[in-house]
Design a protein. Structure first.
Length: 846
């Protein structure tokens, strides 16, 4: 509704009545107000919906767009918006919001929006949004240039369009380096130099793209070889020069010769090296260096080879020589092209025996004297030559001199002595023995050039001084005679050796013990025979048969067996066995000590002719093992014997016992040799005769029995000669030896018979004193290699000449006829000797 009013214009007819006019307008205004109020009431009932803003701003492709539409009028909110026609360049929500990235194509977008209130009243408005173009742009505008062989790195960036990420690609043209989809140009420039044009396209994530033309200028980077020039070289001198390269695509570089010739070796690494052996001059050549992608550069070189210094031979003069003396001088050279050099004698002569080798060694042993002139040429590998003249003076050899020497040797031994130490005028070609005196001292021989050993084998029977005269022959002739004084000392006196003395004493004493042991066993048997009434016992043990009061055997009258009646004479034969073990020690003067173990076993058969006379035959075995000293000397002997014996009772209490026997024996010995620390082995045999005569008196008082007695014993032993082996010149030969013994014994034996439940128990004792009237023996000793040599005499020592023996024992004679006895005997010699004997006897009656 439109209300308007017009004020009346001023009339010409006169002034206006303003009071009337005011009243009129007041009425008109009141009326108008009424009308306006009515009009407002009518509009409130049906006010239209209005959408704002009236227009929308334009957008741009790729940019974000965000606008919210508002509504008013109608029945009031909330309002719902909808698109009734046209299209929007961005999304449109029912809340009236246009938002999002503009991805639509550029242009004008017309559309109508409908707003609806909560009761269905609607309102519309037309809008127009212009979307401007936003092209994809690539930066930078231009790219920097590159250089062959250098690394290149440039990143392209893009903007505009719908935004990143962008993908880059080459539309046209060629690239001098690698190109990635991220728009990066990178890598070493290996393309040829020049201008590279290409077009790059950048595409955003929704397909919008932009392009840009680029140009990259690749500058040349030539391969340059250094150094610019090479130093000169000299013939015969080592040369080494390395070429290097730069530029191009970079190393590694390979070098090669394009043209020309090389005076030294050249490697693909660009090294010129080696000895200069080419002819002097200027050598021109072209070298090419190629990088790893094939770019190359070349350089021309010249290498000047100059002649080396002249060859000089040294020394300037030669030292003099002497006939017969080794000569050695090394010639050397310097200059030219260097080693190796070849030496050659050109003119003149060298002394006989001396020569020049191609390496410059002048040497040999001259055999002629004089002054020798000659010239030597030397050549290097380039045939450069030099010459030097020499004079070599060789003096005549002086006459040899032979030294006077001394040597000491033991008789029977050999020794050698070199003759040339201390001599002059070598080398020696001969030696000669002029004489050796006295001749019986030994034999001298020569051997072993060039030292010429004098070997002297001394006579085993000689002692004293031997003079050997000799000469030496050398280049200067024959020497004056010289002497070797040889002192021959005798071997030690074996008779003073405690080991020798101990061995001989042990064997001499052993043969005495062989005889004494058998004599003792048989005398025990005859003691038993004196008290027997009949032959019903066979005793078997170490000592067989019970002992009587005299220390010999005795019997006990048993109620069931002591009376044999008239049948006793029929039992005239008896068989028996007995023995003992003796542990002895002796320490003779000037002799090694002896520890011995002796065993004496005897068995026999006898016949009783009547009550007063019994006779029989016994055989025996004896052994002796002696350890002599503390160095291992040993003697082992065995003996076998046969003996006749008889016992006679001339009166009731008197008795007379006699025996006579023969035996043979053998010894094995091992002697420690003091001079050499080794051993000598020996073996000897022998035989002996022996006998004894005993007289005594048996006296009984009740159960006590006492028997005083006297005995005379004798033996004669013969030991064969023998020779040791194993000790070389210290082995000995021992002559035949006789050992005679004669001794007397006084003794008292006693026992006491005590009846017991089992039979009769008899404790016993025995006491003896023995004096040896003779027993020593002499033996001849020689060294084995000198059967006609010096004889050393030795006197063996017998068993102690005075001995005391004390014996204790006991017998148990059972009623059944069984006899058991134990014995101990201790013997002490006045010459530091002692022994212990142990006996066990078992016997039985039958």
């Amino acid at each position: 509704m439109q209300i308007s009013s017009v004020w009346p214009a001023a009339s010409s007819r006169g002034p206006i009545d303003r009071a009337k006019l005011t009243a009129k307008w007041f009425w008109i205004a009141a009326t108008f107000c009424v009308l306006i109020a009515a009009s407002l009431n009518a509009s409130a009932a049906a006010e239209p919906i209005v959408i704002s803003p009236a227009t929308l701003p334009d957008g741009r492709v790729g940019e974000h767009y965000d606008r919210t539409l508002m509504a008013s009028g109608g029945a009031g909110g909330p309002y719902t918006f909808a698109l009734t026609s046209g299209v929007t360049p961005v999304s449109f929500s029912s809340g009236g919001v246009l938002s999002g990235a503009v991805i639509a194509a550029p242009g004008t977008y017309n559309f109508r929006v409908l707003a609806t209130d909560q009761v269905g009243n609607t309102g519309t408005r037309d809008y127009t949004i212009v979307i401007a173009d936003n092209p994809v742009l690539i930066s930078p505008a231009a790219l920097p240039g590159g250089q062959i062989g250098q690394p290149y790195n440039q990143a392209l960036t893009a903007s505009g369009g719908a935004g990143g990420p962008y993908t880059f690609s080459i539309v046209s043209g060629s690239m001098p380096v690698a190109f990635s989809s991220a728009g990066v140009l990178s890598g070493p420039v290996i393309a040829a130099p020049g201008t590279y044009s290409f077009r790059v396209r950048a595409t955003d994530h929704v397909g919008n793209s932009g392009e840009h033309d680029y140009t990259i200028v690749i500058a040349d980077n030539p391969v340059v070889i250094s150094p610019a020039a090479l130093p000169g070289a000299q013939i015969g001198q080592p040369y080494s020069q390395a070429l290097t390269a730069s530029g191009g695509a970079g190393g590694p570089f390979t070098f090669s010769i394009v043209s020309g010739s090389m005076p030294v070796a050249f490697s693909s690494a660009g090294v010129l090296s080696g000895p200069v052996i080419a002819a002097p001059g200027v050598y021109s050549f072209r070298v090419r260096a190629t990088d790893h992608v094939g770019n190359n550069g070349e350089r021309d070189y010249t290498l000047a080879i100059t002649t080396g210094p002249p060859i000089v031979i040294s020394p300037a003069a030669l030292p003099n020589g002497q006939v017969g003396q080794p000569y050695s001088q090394m010639l050397t050279a310097t200059g030219g092209v260097g080693a190796p050099y070849t030496f050659q004698r050109i003119i003149g002569n060298l002394p006989e025996g001396v020569s020049l080798a191609t390496d410059g060694t002048l040497g040999g042993t001259p055999t002629e004297s004089g002054s020798f002139a000659f010239a030597v040429d030397v050549f290097d590998t380039s045939e450069n030559r030099a010459r030097r003249e020499y004079t070599l003076d060789i003096a005549a050899a002086p006459r040899p001199t032979a030294p006077s020497l001394t040597m000491t040797i033991v008789a029977g031994m050999s020794a050698s002595l070199p003759l040339t130490p201390g001599a002059t005028g070598e080398p020696f070609s001969a030696a000669a023995i002029m004489s050796s005196a006295p001749a019986e001292g030994g034999t001298a021989t020569l051997s072993g050039a060039p030292n010429y050993l004098l070997t002297f084998a001394s006579s085993p029977v000689f002692s004293g001084t031997v003079i050997v005269t000799y000469t030496l022959t050398g280049p200067g002739g024959v020497s004056d005679p010289a002497t070797v004084t040889i002192t021959v000392t005798t071997r030690p006196d074996p008779s003073d050796d405690p080991e020798v003395a101990g061995l001989l004493n042990a064997q001499a004493q052993a043969v005495q013990q062989f005889a004494a042991g058998q004599t003792d066993n048989i005398n025990h048997r005859m003691g038993a025979l004196r008290s027997e009434a009949c032959r019903k016992a066979f005793a078997n043990g170490l000592e067989l048969s019970g002992q009587g009061a005299d220390g010999n055997a005795a019997s006990v009258d048993f109620p069931d067996g002591s009376d044999c009646g008239g049948d006793a004479a029929k039992l005239g034969f008896g068989l028996w066995a007995g023995g003992h073990i003796d542990l002895g020690h002796s320490s003779p003067d000037d002799s090694a000590e002896r520890d011995s173990v002796s065993i004496n076993m005897t068995t026999g058969i006898d016949y009783r002719f009547n009550d007063r006379f019994v006779a029989g035959l016994a055989v025996g075995y004896s052994s002796d093992d002696s350890d002599i000293g503390g160095n291992g000397t040993e003697s082992s002997g065995e003996a076998y014997s046969a003996t006749l014996y008889a016992s006679y009772r001339p009166a009731e209490n008197l008795f007379l016992d006699a025996l006579a026997g023969y035996g043979s024996f053998s010894f094995d010995s091992k002697r420690f040799v003091t001079s050499v620390g080794g051993f000598a082995d020996g073996q000897r045999d022998g035989d002996q005769i022996f006998g004894s005569l005993t007289a005594g008196f048996d006296h009984s008082v009740g159960g006590l029995r006492l028997t005083p007695f006297a005995r005379l014993t004798a033996s004669s032993s013969s030991l064969d000669a023998f020779t040791e082996t194993g000790a070389g010149i210290y082995s000995l030969s021992f002559g035949k030896q006789s050992v005679d013994s004669l001794g007397g014994t006084l003794g008292l034996a006693g026992g006491y018979d005590m009846p017991v439940a089992l039979g009769v128990f008899t404790p016993r004792f025995r006491f003896e004193y023995t004096h040896e009237f003779s027993g020593s023996s002499g033996v001849d000793i020689r060294y084995a290699d000198s059967p006609d040599g010096h004889v050393y005499g030795f006197q063996t020592q017998p068993l102690a000449s005075d001995q005391v023996m004390i014996g204790l024992g006991a017998d148990l004679l059972l009623h059944q006829g069984l006899s058991i006895g134990l014995d101990y005997r201790g013997t002490i010699g006045f010459q530091d000797s002692y022994s212990h004997a142990f006996g066990l006897r078992v016997g039985g009656g039958f």
